[in-house]
Every structure is written in structure tokens, then in C-alpha cells.
Design a protein around this ligand. Structure first.
Ligand code: GLU
Length: 329
């Protein structure tokens, strides 16, 4: 049985031209999780989201996704802000901290419960894995078999809250990858929006925050591509406008495998001298994004590199496939 219909293959859709999609009202954002230091992939995401937003004269917001408190590493968020500052990034408005927004997420969850789109679930992960017979792939685990869909079976105690999905595939046009479709019922089934440990799930928080901040352009790494259909499903349930999506290629090591933590870290904590080398990292990130900065910019300041890049950014030049980071090109 095919349980994953999600495809990474671009369809024959033509790429939108920057002049038609990016209006002056663009609101983009960068939303790192302080569960580990900024890495080369996050730097590429910060840069890509910054350039796409700023190129249209739009805003670029910063949100710290410190919701998963057990995984948050103390000091990392401040280190991230400092790193971004040294690299010349300027964000609009105040930084939004997810850990301070519990009441907002609680109200959103209540809305979904009230409209019958969400329900309490008493199943543990181990139980679901035992029951699920279908093979599965991806990060969603086995599809939730729906045991609590029609009310908690007797003897079960509510642990989490799940949102209902339908078996209509969710499709969207990614600004880089073309049409992406995912059948949520077959891939993960009804998914968790409040976890058994009482924390609100990433999928819920990100959708509520983007909508409340007026974000209409989401640029992030392709590792989050499989989350996007779930987020669009939530947006539709809430009646929110769907943002434009752009999923950037992932950074690999030179042989195409996942980067080691050490090679990947951009953090000050990783003893990179960002004051001295930051401009080179930006220059290299532009190359990774397929841009062609003039050689003299290698010796320019971070601010000069960013302002050149805003003026010259070409979405069409961004690679669609993962690749290694061209250190000091
Ligand atoms: N916090 C997520 C991460 O660091 C990104 C979330 C998003 O961009 O939607 O991977």
C-alpha cells in the first residue's frame, strides 16, 4: 500500500517571476529554533528569506521558536541574535519569542476544539506503532489509526490533542520546487497539535504566529517541506490566508551526506571568528544560493554584501537540489 504520495519532483509549472509575486507588502521571516547553534543551513535560510523579503521592499521578521523547552539550549537564542547582528542582518520590529505566547496558542487550540476540527487523544506513540500495520516513511511515523477520532474510548485518558485531516490531498505551488502534493490521511493521519507533555506543537505555533504577524512569504529549508501541507491544512481550518512558500536546498557535506555538527556550526560558540570571517560566510552563502557576487565583494563588509545581494538577487539562479557549501569560494 502506498502511504506516502508526497513528491519532491517539481511539476511542469513555470517559476513565478519576481516582479509578479513580490509586492511591496511582502512580510517574510526567519524562525530559528534555539535547540542548537546556528548552522550553515540556517545561515542560508536566513539569507534567502532576507533577500526575498527585502528585494520586494518588504519586511523581514525574526521569531525565536523556543517552544520545545526541554530541547532549548540556554544561551543559544542570544548567540543566534548576536550572530545575525554581526552578519549585518536587520530585522523589523521586536523579536517574537514563542515561549511567551502560550495563551495565544491555547486560544487557537480552543477554536479548533470548538469547531470539532480537533479532539483529545489518549494514545501513546508506542500504542500507535503497535497498531499501525502500514509501512511508513518520512518524519511522520505511522499514520494515526484514528482510535480516538470519535471520542475517547472508555478507559483512555486524554494525553494530547489531534487535528482531523481529510483524505483530499493538500497541494501548493512552491516558488522553487513547483507543485507539491501530500495526502495527509495516508502519511501521518490526524496529527498532534498539543503534545502529551503539555507543549503546543510546532505545526500549530508556526501557523498561528505567521498569520498573526502578517507573514505572507515563508522561505525555509527543504527539510520542512513535509510540514508545509499540515500547516496549510491548519491555515484552512482557521481561515487564514496561505503564504507563498519557497523551500531552499539543504546544505550537505562534499560527498552529499548530512553535514556533521562541527562542520555545520556557524555559531560564535563554535569558535569561528565571525567578526573577521562573517563577510566570507555571507559571500559563500550567496554562491550556495546560485548567486554570482563580483569578486571584489569578498573583501566588502557584511552590510555591503547584503545590500549588493538585495539589489541583485535572482530566484531563478537558486539551485533546486541539495549541495555542499562552497567554503571560501
Ligand atoms: N524553527 C524551525 C527550524 O529552526 C523553522 C520553522 C519554520 O521556518 O517554519 O527548523
Amino acid at each position: 500500500m502506498i502511504v506516502k504520495t508526497f513528491s519532491l519532483l517539481p511539476s511542469t509549472f513555470s517559476l513565478p517571476s519576481m516582479t509578479t509575486t513580490i509586492l511591496s507588502t511582502t512580510i517574510g521571516r526567519f524562525a530559528p529554533s534555539p535547540t542548537g547553534p546556528l548552522h550553515l543551513g540556517s545561515l542560508v535560510t536566513a539569507l534567502g528569506s532576507y533577500l526575498l523579503a527585502r528585494q520586494g521592499g518588504g519586511q523581514w521578521l525574526l521569531r525565536i521558536e523556543d517552544l520545545d523547552t526541554p530541547r532549548v539550549i540556554p544561551g543559544v537564542a542570544d548567540d543566534m541574535l548576536r550572530t545575525l547582528e554581526i552578519l549585518g542582518f536587520q530585522w523589523d520590529g521586536e523579536v517574537l519569542w514563542q515561549s511567551r505566547r502560550g495563551e495565544v496558542y491555547a486560544a487557537a487550540l480552543e477554536r479548533l476544539l470548538d469547531q470539532g476540527s480537533a479532539y483529545p487523544c489518549g494514545c501513546s506513540r508506542a500504542e500507535i506503532a503497535r497498531i499501525a500495520t502500514a509501512p511508513h516513511s518520512g518524519d511522520e511515523g505511522p499514520a494515526y489509526p484514528g482510535l480516538c477520532r470519535n471520542g475517547l474510548p472508555s478507559g483512555k485518558i486524554a494525553r494530547s490533542v489531534r487535528v482531523r485531516v481529510s483524505d483530499e490531498p493538500i497541494c501548493f505551488q512552491d516558488g522553487l520546487l513547483g507543485e507539491i502534493c501530500q495526502d495527509l490521511a495516508a502519511t501521518g493521519g490526524d496529527f498532534v497539535i498539543k503534545r502529551a507533555d503539555g507543549l503546543f506543537a510546532y505545526q500549530l505555533a508556526v501557523v498561528v504566529d505567521d498569520a498573526e504577524s502578517g507573514v505572507n512569504q515563508v522561505v525555509r529549508g527543504a527539510d520542512l517541506l513535509s510540514s508545509t501541507p499540515r500547516q496549510i491544512h491548519l491555515q484552512r481550518l482557521f481561515g487564514y490566508t496561505e503564504p507563498d512558500y519557497f523551500h531552499l536546498p539543504l546544505v550537505t557535506d562534499p560527498d552529499g551526506t548530512k553535514l556533521s555538527k562541527r562542520d555545520n556550526a556557524v555559531s560564535l560558540a563554535a569558535s569561528r571568528d565571525l567578526e573577521r570571517e562573517g563577510h566570507l560566510l555571507l559571500f559563500d552563502s550567496l554562491h550556495f544560493l546560485g548567486q554570482n557576487p563580483p569578486l571584489f565583494l569578498r573583501d566588502a563588509s557584511c552590510a555591503e554584501i547584503l545590500s549588493w545581494a538585495v539589489a541583485h538577487f535572482s530566484l531563478d539562479a537558486v539551485p533546486r537540489m541539495p549541495g555542499p557549501f562552497p567554503l571560501h569560494s
